[in-house]
Design a protein around this ligand. Structure first.
Ligand SMILES: [Zn+2]
Length: 190
């Protein structure tokens, strides 16, 4: 399974590494090596970060806390205090170093710094009253994303991930229905 970075925010993307949360959750971060790969693939995070088991566990608890708070935002209810504690504590740690050179931007830091950065990104989006957070419209996806589209008209977390799948299955359903109708007509007496 490939990671998707479609939520518009690294904290929401981290929360999205668990899919189908309400039915049969699928966890893309089964081991520290998966987290290393996720960090390497996430644009704004340092390369070559290693994860030991303890920091991996902290990453998973940060992830679940972010998801809980994002869900609280989507459902317009007060934030879960325990999750607030985890996110705020993680955000207080040292963050990655940014350096500008002619080759561009260089981001460096260890996994603890990465988690602090993710927690801060999460706080920024969850604390922004104008941020439009939505749950993906595909039944069972459960990914929460930041809708930055004009008029906030976005329905899916990502076209490749969900939008095209929903459209394709709706097309197949329409085709089946019209074929059934055609067969029905074929059986009618002239
Ligand atoms: Zn989706």
């Amino acid at each position: 399974m490939n990671f998707a970075f479609v939520s518009g925010n690294p904290a929401l993307d981290l929360a999205g590494t668990v899919g189908s949360r309400r039915d049969e959750p699928t966890d893309l971060l089964a081991a520290p090596v998966d987290l290393e790969r996720w960090v390497a693939e996430c644009d704004e995070l340092p390369d070559g970060v290693t994860a030991d088991f303890a920091t991996f566990e902290s990453a998973l608890s940060l992830r679940e806390a972010i998801y809980q708070l994002a869900l609280d935002r989507v459902l317009d209810r007060p934030f879960d205090p325990r999750s607030l504690g985890i996110v705020n504590d993680t955000a207080a740690g040292p963050v990655p170093t940014l350096q500008l050179s002619d080759t561009g931007l260089q981001v460096s830091g260890d996994l603890a710094a990465v988690l602090a950065h993710i927690a801060r990104s999460g706080i920024a989006v969850l604390g922004d009253p104008h941020a439009c957070l939505k749950e993906c419209g595909r039944t069972g996806c459960t990914r929460i994303y930041l809708d930055r589209s004009r008029g906030a008209r976005r329905t899916w977390c990502g076209m490749d991930e969900c939008g095209n799948r929903v459209k394709a299955s709706a097309y197949r359903a329409r085709r089946r229905a019209s074929m059934t109708r055609a067969e029905g007509r074929g059986n009618e007496a002239p």
